[in-house]
Design a protein around this ligand. Structure first.
Ligand SMILES: Cc1ncc(COP(=O)(O)O)c(C=O)c1O
Length: 395
């Protein structure tokens, strides 16, 4: 069978080879510890699970409007008012099967062949592929650990061309843990206004913030910025609901309506039971969000402290999300001397898995081969043993 050419834009999953190897080692009885996953290790809070059960018992098992239940859209608007102080109407919301689906809807709705979208590296793996799938061109701008992964405004400005239609922001950032400073966010907003760009703001980690930080969305920077911003959010991370698959977009009504139409022919509504569970997540008690955040912060402190003791490894302190992204490149010549440029982090990740029985994700998957990503969405005991093995690998 012939496979359509557009599928060439989709790269094979970088973690797949690692997973096969990890399974093989486990089958041999080896105790492999995984720090590769991008999901919280906590169970979904009980009140949310109870709401899903209630929905099923009450027969909420049919289709809903393709873009989501009115009750869910209302709950998203209320939560956005509470968390960001911004007023949106239900007509400005489209709920989807996770934030990844929301981002795909955005790419399909905004990007035409030849359009350019600015992506800041290290980036979440999915962004460039989704843009390329729509025959757009991701334009990558690098950020570095020595700058705390804050983007350089002059570089962004220089990257804008007549073809640029949007810029994707992800603060707090997966994988770097960066949280963009207000002046950086304001600078990006200014560039977006000047060049008529859409800001796609992936805020899925907005509740996972450390050192007393509060979240800043570009949409909070005034009406002019908000009118060109699409906020992407979801319940996967903050409410520990990755498997429930609910995400959403908030933005100007015509774009949201177009995305709803697309979704109507693509997936119809996101899972009805999960939509009701999300209503409870957003409008019910919020203590579990704060509690999970406290645990992530304790783990962050531990990981950063351990990394600081490893010679030749530098790790910018994650300000949010649940990943550490250490620069391990000083060890490449010694540990993976034969690995080809651009795939040295892959070789190191494979070595750490085979020899030290820890699974991490190579930085190359996020656009920067000097780094490796360690998820601290894992229990303290597992982290202690994992960091012991990580440290031993570089000794
Ligand atoms: C930056 C970022 N955006 C979006 C998502 C996708 O979230 P969802 O599970 O709601 O599709 C993830 C998940 O790893 C992520 O890290």
């Amino acid at each position: 069978m012939r496979i359509a050419r557009r599928l060439e834009a989709i790269s094979p999953s970088a973690t797949m080879g690692m997973k096969v190897k990890a399974d093989e080692l486990r089958a041999q009885g080896k105790d492999v510890l995984s720090f590769a996953v991008g999901e919280p290790d906590f169970p979904t809070p009980a009140n949310i699970v109870a709401a899903a059960k209630r929905a099923m018992d009450e027969g909420q098992t049919k289709y809903t409007a393709a873009s989501g239940l009115p009750e869910l859209k209302q709950a998203i608007c209320e939560a956005t008012r509470r968390d960001l102080g911004l007023d949106y109407t239900p007509a400005q919301v489209v709920a989807s099967n996770g934030a990844k689906h929301s981002l795909f809807n955005i790419a399909q709705t905004l990007v035409q062949p030849g359009d350019e979208v600015i992506v800041l590296s290290p980036y979440w793996v999915t962004y460039p592929d989704q843009i390329a799938f729509c025959e757009g061109r991701p334009v990558i701008i690098e950020t570095r650990d020595e700058d705390d992964f804050q983007p350089d405004l002059a570089q962004i400005r220089a990257a804008v061309t007549d073809y640029t239609v949007a810029i994707i922001l992800n603060s707090p950032c997966n994988p770097s843990g960066a949280v963009y400073e207000r002046d950086v966010m304001e600078g990006i907003a200014e560039i977006a206004i000047e060049h008529d760009l859409t800001i796609i703001s992936d805020e899925i980690y907005k509740h996972i913030l450390f050192d007393g930080r509060t979240h800043l969305s570009p949409a909070q920077l005034g009406d002019e910025v908000r009118a060109r911003t699409l906020i992407v959010d979801g319940v996967a991370k903050s409410y520990s609901m990755p498997g429930w698959r609910i995400g959403w977009v908030l933005g100007p009504e015509p774009v949201v309506k177009a995305m709803g139409g697309l979704q109507g022919q693509m997936t119809s509504n996101p899972n009805t039971i999960a939509q009701w569970a999300t209503v409870e997540a957003l409008t019910g008690p919020q203590e579990s969000v704060a509690e999970m955040n406290r645990q992530f912060e304790r783990r962050r402190d531990f990981v950063v402290e351990q990394m600081a003791q490893i010679d030749g490894v530098t790790c910018a302190t994650p300000r949010g999300a649940f990943y550490a992204f250490p620069n391990v490149s000083a060890h490449y010549d010694r540990l993976v001397p034969d690995a080809p440029a651009g795939a040295r982090s892959d070789a190191l990740a494979m070595k750490l898995l085979s020899e030290n029985l820890i699974s991490l994700v190579a930085g190359s998957s996020f656009g920067d081969d000097d780094y490796i990503r360690l998820s601290f969405a894992a229990g303290m005991e597992q982290l202690e043993e994992g960091l012991r093995r990580f440290t031993a690998a570089f000794a």
